[in-house]
Design a protein around this ligand. Structure first.
Ligand SMILES: [Ca+2]
Ligand SMILES: [Ca+2]
Ligand SMILES: [Ca+2]
Ligand SMILES: [Ca+2]
Ligand SMILES: [Zn+2]
Length: 726
């Protein structure tokens, strides 16, 4: 079908609802639902507006534009309300009214996010449009509305007051859609927590306050669903909720997420008058984009606080926001100066560079002068000269960073490179699958399915092991061809994997055998990093029924590690086992970079001081795997530099490139969009001569499209085109 976005129409809406604009409470003369009937008082609250970007097709106009798109996906089926003219005016007793009111408010909402706040809103569903699809009358007419993350639709019910007559409901549901889209499908699902409901209530209230008629001393000022709720049909919700986090989180009764979300929404609405709508909304939506399915309200406010400082909010405002958040009971970084020392990798590996990061936070309203950080490097961890991004002195095995002045609520990050050497541990087995499955046994089943070597989505290099999520009952194993004899020490099994399976019914496990494959036991109790994330249902027929497993989606490659110290002095076989029931809804399981090796930990202490007398130390632990790099051939130096990659390209979220340089030098790697704007920083630091370094290009938060990766050193500069395609 072809359609052009050409027309502007007119329509009548409530803004935000007839009670707020009339400044009267539910039940005043003519201001009640009365089974969806018109009244002179309700009609007096209609506001005429322009409907932007309407589509025209075969002489008919549709409520379908750049940001909102009507559909009729659920009963009652009332059609699309397309018509020959551009005047869509109707009163609230006409079903057209809900269609227009929803179109107007969804359009206004997403237009504001994209054009005023400047966010790019990712497309996530088969509709593949920026426009948010909606059905103004659905859910069989129930008194409920929702965003359905599996389809990407907003659907509105009609019980009591028609839900799509209330801008509070529309902005709330559209906020769920934004949340899902900004997190690429990772709406918080934390038990009882209410992050998602609280954000959606906030988003609605932030709009309601911008068209406010009530005074802040009036009770309805804090209501969220002022026309649809707070009436005989249901009680609605408030953003003046007294409970604190976490003690005030309720755990019994109904609607727990909705009730607990009021803590988050009420906190944000306390912040709103300090920062104003635009800044609060910008930080609130950015913070949502930094959360994932496991995040809770406390994670959210840490992201919010961090975002606010990155946005450069004035010191006095940040201080008030810090007070409001912590008075509510949320935990932010400690007041005063705080430090952390982190690695960019979950595991450090022998003879291979690792970038460490010192972070210094000034969580106080006072400027700090002469800040200095001392990092004690443990034996075996060697600083690589000239690699630090801040002035540094080497004092025995300590690095002393001169940070200088740190303004109130400021923060600073320094990175430096270390190498691990002279540590003793054993490496037993490694496979990056670049030679296929030569070190494994992968039997075919009756349908001729088996684990294979795949170039579809490797973690590193060009290939990985892969098993497809079949739509037939299957039970497929990938087993080590040769047993590994573990000796005394601290051996672990480490591997990188990416799974996308039908949650709850299809999944994978890892098993170990000490008797050459006669019997197998699950590594279920041995995980020390990224354990099984779910349990296979007992109601489906699969060989893994009722067992814990990797199931659903890992979203990206993750590193799982199991402790094998219970098996020292034995010969072990390890196998990856994937099972599916008769239906499917997923890609399968990718496994790459399998390693059996000793693991140990290194401890470091970091301390800081300031001219104001601050003194603070913290201990950090780094895990070390005794793997050696797979490429151990003597490096032949390139003339200036050499780049491998970028792969995969097109990429779905993360891509990899490898780089080495002939002379030690500062190098910057960044992602730019088609207009040349920098949209992502990959690396900004110093590379030593001759050594391959691997970098990850992170496009997780970018919309699909064409980008350029600029790789520039002091002796070279290169641009490569990359395509982000999910
Ligand atoms: Ca419908
Ligand atoms: Ca109606
Ligand atoms: Ca309703
Ligand atoms: Ca590989
Ligand atoms: Zn909701």
């Amino acid at each position: 079908c072809s359609s052009d976005l050409i027309a502007e129409g007119v329509g009548k809406i409530f803004d935000p609802d007839p009670l707020t604009s009339a400044k009267k409470e539910y039940g005043a003369t003519g201001l009640l639902d009365n089974s969806d009937a018109d009244s002179p008082e309700l009609s007096a609250q209609l506001k005429e507006v322009v409907l932007k970007d309407l589509s025209q097709e075969n002489g008919q106009f549709y409520l379908r534009g750049k940001y909102a798109w009507i559909a009729d996906t659920g009963a009652p089926f009332k059609g699309l309300f397309e018509q020959i003219g551009t005047d869509f005016s109707a009163t609230r007793s006409n079903d057209l009214f809900e269609a227009v009111n929803a179109y107007y408010h969804i359009d206004l909402n997403l237009r504001y996010v994209a054009e005023t706040l400047g966010f790019s809103i990712p497309n996530r569903h088969t509709q593949n449009t920026t426009a948010q699809w909606f059905d103004p009358s659905a859910l069989n007419g129930a008194d409920n509305s929702q965003y359905d993350p599996s389809t990407g639709y907003l659907v509105f019910g009609e019980g009591g007051v028609d839900d799509a007559e209330d801008a509070g409901v529309i902005w709330h549901e559209a906020a769920h859609a934004l949340h899902d889209r900004m997190t690429l499908g990772s709406i918080s699902n934390a038990t009882n927590d209410g992050l998602a409901e609280g954000f959606a209530d906030y988003w609605a209230q932030s709009y309601l306050w911008t068209v406010q008629q009530w005074n802040s001393t009036d009770a309805p000022y804090h209501y969220v669903f002022r026309w649809d709720g707070h009436n005989p049909f249901w009680g609605g919700r408030t953003t003046k909720y007294p409970n604190k986090f976490p003690d005030g989180i309720v755990t019994s009764g109904g609607s727990l997420r909705e009730r607990n979300g009021q803590i988050l929404a009420s906190t944000l609405m306390e912040i709103w008058p300090i920062l104003g709508r635009t800044m609060t909304d910008r930080a609130a939506l950015s913070a949502v984009g930094m959360t994932n399915a496991e995040s809770n309200q406390n994670d959210y406010f840490n992201a919010f606080y961090q975002t606010l400082r990155q946005l450069g909010a004035p010191t006095g405002q940040v201080e008030q926001v810090y007070q409001i958040i912590t008075l509510r009971g949320y935990t932010l970084p400690a007041k005063g100066l705080s430090i952390g020392l982190e690695s960019d990798l979950p595991q450090l590996t022998m003879e291979s560079d690792a970038t460490l990061r010192v972070e210094i936070n000034n969580n106080s309203a006072f400027d700090k002068t002469d800040v200095s950080v001392t990092a004690q490097l443990p034996a075996g961890m060697v600083y690589q000269p000239n690699s630090a991004t801040c002035p540094v002195n080497l004092n025995n095995s300590s690095l002393v960073f001169s940070i200088g002045n740190l303004p109130a609520f400021g923060f600073k990050t320094c990175t430096f490179i270390v190498r691990l050497s002279h540590l003793t541990g054993k490496k037993y087995f490694s496979d990056d699958f670049e030679q296929g499955l030569s070190q494994w046994v992968a039997p075919k089943d009756a349908q001729n399915f088996a684990w294979t070597s795949s170039m579809m989505q490797p973690h590193q290099g060009k290939t990985s092991a892969f098993v497809q999520n079949q739509g037939l009952p299957s039970d497929l194993t990938l087993t080590l061809a040769k047993a590994v004899s573990l000796q005394a020490g601290t051996p672990v099994l480490s591997f990188w994997h990416f799974y996308n399976t039908e949650f709850f019914s299809d999944g994978g496990v890892v098993e170990i055998s000490t008797d050459a494959g006669s019997t197998w036991q699950d590594l279920e109790t041995k995980w020390i990093m990224n354990a099984y994330n779910g349990r296979i249902s007992s109601t489906f027929s699969t060989p893994l029924t009722s067992r814990k497993a990797f199931t659903g989606s890992s979203q990206k490659y993750i590193n799982s590690i199991a402790d094998l110290s219970a098996f020292v002095n034995q010969s072990v076989l390890v196998r990856f086992r994937f099972a599916s029931d008769a239906v499917t809804n997923g890609t399968g399981w990718f496994v790459d970079d399998v390693l059996v090796a000793d693991q140990t930990s290194l401890d470091s202490e970091v301390c800081m001081t300031s001219g104001e007398g601050d003194q603070h130390c913290t201990k950090e632990r780094f895990m070390v795997l005794f793997s050696t790099p797979v490429e151990s051939e003597k490096p032949v130096l390139p003339i200036t530099h050499e780049i491998e990659g970028i792969w995969p390209n097109p990429f779905a979220g993360e891509a990899t490139l490898r780089l080495r340089v002939a002379k030690p030098q500062g190098v910057r790697i960044a992602i730019h969009d088609l207009l040349g704007r920098k949209v992502g920083e990959v690396f900004d630091g110093v590379l030593a001569a001759g050594e391959w370094r691997t970098f990850t290009l992170d496009g997780i938060h970018l919309p699909n499209g064409v980008y350029f990766c600029r790789i520039a050193g002091e002796t070279f500069s290169e641009v490569q085109k990359i395509i982000l395609l999910r």
